[in-house]
Design a binder for this molecule. Sequence first.
Ligand SMILES: [Ca+2]
Length: 184
Amino acid sequence: MNSYKQKLFLFSLILAVVFFFSVILIDNSLLQNDLFAKKKASKSSEIIIDNSSDKGFKTKGDWESDGGEGGENYGDDSLWAYDNKDATDEAIWTPKLPKDGQYKVYVWYCGDPNGDHAEKAPYYVHTGKNKKKVIVNLTEKEGKWNLLGKFKMKKKEKNYVRATSCEDGNVIADAVKFVYVGKK
Ligand SMILES: [Ca+2]
């Protein structure tokens, strides 16, 4: 082997070794992240219900998909209902709660590229026979979890979040999250 071939061989060998260890390191870190995510999810008892994929979601009246064009959607898309003073369109997110206790409830909604979303969108949190109305400004804080409040819930009772159309602008139905935060 002449010196050029030796150098080429050595160089290839080093590349192969570096590549081999990179693959192992990346694989291991993905595995760690996956394990961490699973551990975190089970510890916090978090339930997410999205319009596009989950059984706990249903609508009444007229809702249309934005096809993901609003941007900042949770999952593939969001639904929207035209402004309508009769509040005849409803979206309902019903969780299957693991246990009785306090839950923080969050809502996620997509972006507002046409500037026609409601600033005073009504979301109602129903807990058994009680109901709390929370007004949400859908023209800001899009594409993230926004807290509606902390609520005491019993798993045997009917607990759900309901959004209705309103005359202030378009209302969005995207995702809702329930996070168990303790017994009291
Ligand atoms: Ca969605």
